[in-house]
Design a protein around this ligand. Structure first.
Ligand SMILES: [Ca+2]
Length: 323
Protein backbone atom coordinates (compact mmCIF):
# COMPACT_ATOMS: atom_id res chain seq x y z
CA UNK A 1 0.00 0.00 0.00
CA UNK A 2 2.71 2.41 1.03
CA UNK A 3 4.78 1.57 -2.01
CA UNK A 4 1.83 2.16 -4.32
CA UNK A 5 1.05 5.52 -2.74
CA UNK A 6 4.67 6.55 -2.96
CA UNK A 7 4.72 5.46 -6.55
CA UNK A 8 1.71 7.60 -7.35
CA UNK A 9 3.26 10.63 -5.69
CA UNK A 10 6.55 10.17 -7.51
CA UNK A 11 4.70 9.62 -10.75
CA UNK A 12 2.67 12.80 -10.44
CA UNK A 13 5.74 14.84 -9.51
CA UNK A 14 7.54 13.54 -12.58
CA UNK A 15 4.55 14.38 -14.74
CA UNK A 16 4.46 17.88 -13.37
CA UNK A 17 8.16 18.42 -13.85
CA UNK A 18 8.02 17.10 -17.41
CA UNK A 19 5.15 19.40 -18.26
CA UNK A 20 6.77 22.46 -16.70
CA UNK A 21 10.45 22.07 -17.42
CA UNK A 22 10.72 22.53 -21.16
CA UNK A 23 13.84 24.69 -20.87
CA UNK A 24 15.65 23.16 -17.89
CA UNK A 25 19.34 23.06 -18.81
CA UNK A 26 18.87 22.26 -22.47
CA UNK A 27 21.99 22.83 -24.59
CA UNK A 28 20.55 26.03 -26.00
CA UNK A 29 19.69 27.34 -22.53
CA UNK A 30 23.15 26.49 -21.19
CA UNK A 31 24.70 28.36 -24.13
CA UNK A 32 22.49 31.34 -23.41
CA UNK A 33 23.46 31.25 -19.74
CA UNK A 34 27.13 31.36 -20.82
CA UNK A 35 26.53 34.43 -22.96
CA UNK A 36 24.64 36.18 -20.18
CA UNK A 37 27.29 35.26 -17.62
CA UNK A 38 29.83 36.97 -19.86
CA UNK A 39 27.69 40.10 -19.50
CA UNK A 40 27.63 39.80 -15.74
CA UNK A 41 24.28 38.07 -15.22
CA UNK A 42 24.35 35.34 -12.58
CA UNK A 43 24.41 31.98 -14.34
CA UNK A 44 22.52 30.08 -11.62
CA UNK A 45 19.79 32.73 -11.68
CA UNK A 46 19.37 32.35 -15.45
CA UNK A 47 19.13 28.56 -15.18
CA UNK A 48 16.67 28.81 -12.29
CA UNK A 49 14.41 31.17 -14.26
CA UNK A 50 14.61 29.04 -17.38
CA UNK A 51 13.74 25.90 -15.38
CA UNK A 52 10.43 27.64 -14.59
CA UNK A 53 9.71 28.65 -18.21
CA UNK A 54 7.00 26.80 -20.10
CA UNK A 55 6.57 26.07 -23.77
CA UNK A 56 3.12 27.40 -24.64
CA UNK A 57 1.18 26.17 -27.66
CA UNK A 58 -1.10 29.20 -27.23
CA UNK A 59 1.90 31.43 -28.04
CA UNK A 60 2.71 29.45 -31.19
CA UNK A 61 -0.92 29.51 -32.29
CA UNK A 62 -1.21 33.27 -31.74
CA UNK A 63 1.99 33.83 -33.74
CA UNK A 64 0.48 32.02 -36.71
CA UNK A 65 -2.65 34.18 -36.94
CA UNK A 66 -1.73 37.84 -36.37
CA UNK A 67 -4.43 40.48 -36.88
CA UNK A 68 -2.22 42.13 -39.50
CA UNK A 69 -2.98 39.37 -41.98
CA UNK A 70 -6.50 40.75 -42.33
CA UNK A 71 -7.38 43.18 -45.14
CA UNK A 72 -7.80 46.83 -44.16
CA UNK A 73 -11.60 46.61 -44.39
CA UNK A 74 -11.56 43.95 -41.64
CA UNK A 75 -8.61 45.32 -39.66
CA UNK A 76 -9.81 48.93 -39.35
CA UNK A 77 -13.05 48.21 -37.42
CA UNK A 78 -11.09 46.39 -34.70
CA UNK A 79 -9.47 49.66 -33.64
CA UNK A 80 -11.63 52.50 -35.00
CA UNK A 81 -14.48 52.25 -32.53
CA UNK A 82 -16.31 55.02 -30.65
CA UNK A 83 -15.63 53.14 -27.40
CA UNK A 84 -11.89 53.41 -27.95
CA UNK A 85 -12.17 57.15 -28.58
CA UNK A 86 -14.19 57.47 -25.36
CA UNK A 87 -11.50 55.54 -23.49
CA UNK A 88 -8.91 57.93 -24.94
CA UNK A 89 -10.87 60.88 -23.53
CA UNK A 90 -10.88 59.27 -20.09
CA UNK A 91 -7.14 58.56 -20.22
CA UNK A 92 -6.55 62.14 -21.38
CA UNK A 93 -8.60 63.54 -18.51
CA UNK A 94 -6.50 61.56 -16.03
CA UNK A 95 -3.09 62.20 -17.60
CA UNK A 96 -3.47 65.55 -19.33
CA UNK A 97 -0.49 67.23 -17.65
CA UNK A 98 1.77 64.27 -18.47
CA UNK A 99 0.60 64.14 -22.09
CA UNK A 100 1.21 67.88 -22.51
CA UNK A 101 4.69 67.50 -21.04
CA UNK A 102 5.41 64.56 -23.37
CA UNK A 103 4.24 66.56 -26.40
CA UNK A 104 6.42 69.55 -25.52
CA UNK A 105 9.43 67.38 -24.56
CA UNK A 106 9.43 65.04 -27.56
CA UNK A 107 7.47 66.89 -30.24
CA UNK A 108 4.93 64.09 -30.71
CA UNK A 109 1.30 65.22 -30.62
CA UNK A 110 -1.01 64.13 -27.81
CA UNK A 111 -3.50 62.38 -30.15
CA UNK A 112 -0.72 60.24 -31.66
CA UNK A 113 0.55 59.17 -28.22
CA UNK A 114 -3.04 58.39 -27.20
CA UNK A 115 -3.70 56.46 -30.41
CA UNK A 116 -0.65 54.24 -29.92
CA UNK A 117 -1.54 53.38 -26.32
CA UNK A 118 -5.17 52.89 -27.39
CA UNK A 119 -4.34 50.46 -30.20
CA UNK A 120 -1.70 48.63 -28.15
CA UNK A 121 -3.57 48.02 -24.90
CA UNK A 122 -6.85 49.99 -24.80
CA UNK A 123 -5.23 52.38 -22.28
CA UNK A 124 -3.80 49.66 -20.14
CA UNK A 125 -6.81 47.37 -20.04
CA UNK A 126 -5.13 44.62 -22.09
CA UNK A 127 -1.46 44.61 -21.20
CA UNK A 128 -1.21 40.88 -21.84
CA UNK A 129 -1.59 37.83 -19.64
CA UNK A 130 1.28 35.65 -20.83
CA UNK A 131 4.33 35.31 -18.67
CA UNK A 132 6.95 37.10 -20.76
CA UNK A 133 9.55 34.46 -20.03
CA UNK A 134 7.20 31.73 -21.32
CA UNK A 135 6.37 33.69 -24.49
CA UNK A 136 9.98 34.54 -25.31
CA UNK A 137 11.34 31.07 -24.44
CA UNK A 138 8.69 29.40 -26.61
CA UNK A 139 9.46 31.66 -29.57
CA UNK A 140 13.23 31.55 -29.05
CA UNK A 141 13.49 27.77 -28.84
CA UNK A 142 10.35 26.40 -30.51
CA UNK A 143 9.52 28.83 -33.32
CA UNK A 144 12.29 28.40 -35.92
CA UNK A 145 11.10 31.16 -38.34
CA UNK A 146 12.04 33.87 -35.83
CA UNK A 147 14.14 32.06 -33.26
CA UNK A 148 17.18 34.34 -33.60
CA UNK A 149 15.09 37.46 -33.02
CA UNK A 150 13.30 36.09 -29.98
CA UNK A 151 16.43 34.54 -28.48
CA UNK A 152 17.94 38.04 -28.49
CA UNK A 153 14.80 39.35 -26.81
CA UNK A 154 14.95 36.62 -24.17
CA UNK A 155 18.54 37.60 -23.39
CA UNK A 156 17.48 41.25 -23.33
CA UNK A 157 14.81 40.29 -20.79
CA UNK A 158 17.50 39.13 -18.37
CA UNK A 159 19.56 42.28 -18.89
CA UNK A 160 16.46 44.44 -18.46
CA UNK A 161 15.45 42.59 -15.30
CA UNK A 162 18.85 43.27 -13.78
CA UNK A 163 18.86 46.96 -14.75
CA UNK A 164 15.33 47.71 -13.56
CA UNK A 165 15.25 45.20 -10.67
CA UNK A 166 12.34 43.28 -12.20
CA UNK A 167 11.50 39.61 -11.61
CA UNK A 168 11.62 37.98 -15.06
CA UNK A 169 9.30 35.18 -13.92
CA UNK A 170 6.62 37.62 -12.72
CA UNK A 171 6.53 39.88 -15.80
CA UNK A 172 3.37 39.63 -17.92
CA UNK A 173 2.88 40.68 -21.51
CA UNK A 174 1.69 39.74 -24.97
CA UNK A 175 2.25 36.43 -26.78
CA UNK A 176 5.29 38.10 -28.37
CA UNK A 177 6.76 39.27 -25.07
CA UNK A 178 5.66 42.92 -25.32
CA UNK A 179 5.03 44.63 -21.99
CA UNK A 180 3.07 47.44 -20.43
CA UNK A 181 0.80 50.25 -21.65
CA UNK A 182 2.82 50.69 -24.86
CA UNK A 183 3.80 47.03 -25.36
CA UNK A 184 7.59 47.36 -25.44
CA UNK A 185 9.65 44.24 -26.13
CA UNK A 186 12.70 43.95 -23.83
CA UNK A 187 15.23 45.47 -26.27
CA UNK A 188 12.94 48.48 -26.86
CA UNK A 189 12.32 48.80 -23.14
CA UNK A 190 16.06 48.96 -22.50
CA UNK A 191 16.74 51.36 -25.36
CA UNK A 192 13.78 53.74 -25.34
CA UNK A 193 11.99 53.68 -21.99
CA UNK A 194 12.29 56.89 -19.97
CA UNK A 195 11.77 57.62 -16.28
CA UNK A 196 9.22 60.33 -17.01
CA UNK A 197 8.13 60.90 -13.41
CA UNK A 198 11.75 60.90 -12.22
CA UNK A 199 11.23 58.44 -9.38
CA UNK A 200 14.38 56.52 -10.23
CA UNK A 201 12.91 53.64 -12.22
CA UNK A 202 11.52 53.08 -15.69
CA UNK A 203 8.23 51.30 -15.11
CA UNK A 204 6.23 50.80 -18.30
CA UNK A 205 3.88 48.25 -16.76
CA UNK A 206 2.56 49.86 -13.60
CA UNK A 207 3.32 53.51 -14.25
CA UNK A 208 1.33 55.31 -16.99
CA UNK A 209 3.50 58.42 -16.64
CA UNK A 210 6.66 56.52 -17.61
CA UNK A 211 4.67 54.74 -20.35
CA UNK A 212 3.44 57.99 -21.92
CA UNK A 213 6.90 59.54 -21.94
CA UNK A 214 8.42 56.35 -23.34
CA UNK A 215 5.97 56.06 -26.26
CA UNK A 216 6.69 59.67 -27.22
CA UNK A 217 10.45 59.14 -26.83
CA UNK A 218 10.30 56.02 -29.01
CA UNK A 219 8.68 57.92 -31.87
CA UNK A 220 10.99 60.91 -31.45
CA UNK A 221 14.14 58.77 -31.53
CA UNK A 222 12.89 57.05 -34.68
CA UNK A 223 12.54 60.36 -36.51
CA UNK A 224 9.11 61.79 -35.79
CA UNK A 225 8.75 65.28 -37.26
CA UNK A 226 6.04 67.46 -35.76
CA UNK A 227 6.32 69.87 -38.67
CA UNK A 228 4.10 67.82 -40.97
CA UNK A 229 1.29 65.29 -40.99
CA UNK A 230 1.09 61.56 -41.52
CA UNK A 231 -1.28 60.63 -44.36
CA UNK A 232 -3.76 62.24 -46.74
CA UNK A 233 -6.21 60.61 -49.17
CA UNK A 234 -5.33 60.94 -52.87
CA UNK A 235 -7.04 60.12 -56.16
CA UNK A 236 -5.65 57.94 -58.92
CA UNK A 237 -3.07 56.40 -56.64
CA UNK A 238 -3.10 52.98 -58.30
CA UNK A 239 -0.23 53.69 -60.76
CA UNK A 240 2.02 54.50 -57.78
CA UNK A 241 1.29 51.26 -55.91
CA UNK A 242 2.94 47.99 -56.86
CA UNK A 243 1.30 45.94 -54.14
CA UNK A 244 -1.73 46.76 -51.98
CA UNK A 245 -1.26 46.92 -48.18
CA UNK A 246 2.52 46.60 -48.54
CA UNK A 247 5.27 48.27 -46.51
CA UNK A 248 6.10 51.86 -47.45
CA UNK A 249 9.63 53.25 -47.89
CA UNK A 250 8.75 56.98 -48.22
CA UNK A 251 11.59 57.82 -50.61
CA UNK A 252 9.67 59.28 -53.56
CA UNK A 253 9.15 62.92 -54.54
CA UNK A 254 5.86 64.69 -54.84
CA UNK A 255 6.74 65.54 -58.48
CA UNK A 256 7.45 61.87 -59.31
CA UNK A 257 4.12 60.80 -57.84
CA UNK A 258 2.29 63.58 -59.67
CA UNK A 259 3.95 62.49 -62.91
CA UNK A 260 2.41 59.04 -62.38
CA UNK A 261 -0.98 60.72 -62.20
CA UNK A 262 -1.49 60.84 -58.42
CA UNK A 263 -3.80 63.74 -57.57
CA UNK A 264 -4.50 65.59 -54.35
CA UNK A 265 -1.05 65.56 -52.72
CA UNK A 266 -1.08 68.37 -50.11
CA UNK A 267 0.83 71.37 -51.48
CA UNK A 268 2.74 71.82 -48.21
CA UNK A 269 4.23 68.34 -48.68
CA UNK A 270 5.78 69.24 -52.07
CA UNK A 271 9.35 69.13 -50.77
CA UNK A 272 9.00 66.05 -48.53
CA UNK A 273 9.88 62.44 -49.28
CA UNK A 274 6.56 60.65 -49.79
CA UNK A 275 5.01 57.34 -50.76
CA UNK A 276 1.57 56.03 -51.66
CA UNK A 277 -0.14 53.31 -49.63
CA UNK A 278 -2.99 51.34 -51.19
CA UNK A 279 -5.60 49.81 -48.90
CA UNK A 280 -8.52 47.48 -49.51
CA UNK A 281 -11.25 49.51 -47.86
CA UNK A 282 -14.85 48.68 -47.06
CA UNK A 283 -15.96 50.84 -50.01
CA UNK A 284 -13.25 49.62 -52.39
CA UNK A 285 -9.57 50.35 -52.94
CA UNK A 286 -8.32 53.57 -51.36
CA UNK A 287 -5.01 55.39 -51.72
CA UNK A 288 -3.13 57.53 -49.23
CA UNK A 289 -0.07 59.67 -49.72
CA UNK A 290 2.09 59.25 -46.61
CA UNK A 291 5.05 61.06 -45.02
CA UNK A 292 8.03 59.80 -43.02
CA UNK A 293 5.85 59.97 -39.93
CA UNK A 294 3.85 56.96 -41.14
CA UNK A 295 7.15 55.13 -41.62
CA UNK A 296 8.11 56.09 -38.05
CA UNK A 297 4.92 54.46 -36.75
CA UNK A 298 5.94 51.30 -38.63
CA UNK A 299 9.11 51.26 -36.50
CA UNK A 300 6.73 50.56 -33.61
CA UNK A 301 4.93 47.81 -35.53
CA UNK A 302 5.95 46.84 -39.07
CA UNK A 303 2.43 46.62 -40.42
CA UNK A 304 1.23 49.54 -42.60
CA UNK A 305 -2.29 48.63 -41.49
CA UNK A 306 -1.24 49.20 -37.88
CA UNK A 307 0.24 52.56 -38.84
CA UNK A 308 -2.95 53.64 -40.61
CA UNK A 309 -5.11 52.51 -37.70
CA UNK A 310 -2.99 54.65 -35.36
CA UNK A 311 -3.17 57.56 -37.81
CA UNK A 312 -6.94 57.45 -38.17
CA UNK A 313 -7.58 56.84 -34.48
CA UNK A 314 -5.34 59.85 -33.70
CA UNK A 315 -7.47 61.98 -36.03
CA UNK A 316 -10.68 60.86 -34.33
CA UNK A 317 -9.20 61.48 -30.88
CA UNK A 318 -8.03 64.94 -31.97
CA UNK A 319 -11.57 65.78 -33.07
CA UNK A 320 -13.13 64.37 -29.93
CA UNK A 321 -10.79 66.30 -27.64
CA UNK A 322 -11.07 69.50 -29.69
CA UNK A 323 -7.28 69.78 -29.81
CA1 LIG B 1 9.51 56.31 -13.15
Amino acid sequence: MKRIRTGIVVGSVMCASMAFANYDRTDAVLAMADRLEAQGVDRAFVLDVMAQANKLDSVLNAMRRPAERKAWRDYRPIFLKPERVEAAKGFYATHRETLERAESTYGVSIPVILAIIGVETYYGRNKGSFRVVDALATLAFDYPPRSAFFLRELEQLFLLSREETLDPVALKGSYAGAMGFGQFIPSSYRAYAVDFDKDGSRDLIGNPVDAIGSVANYLAVHGWDAAYGIAAPVQNGAPAVEKMEAAVKVERSSAALAALGVQGIPAEWAALPLDVLGLQGAAGDEYWVVTKNLYVITRYNRSPLYAMAVTQLAAEIENALGL
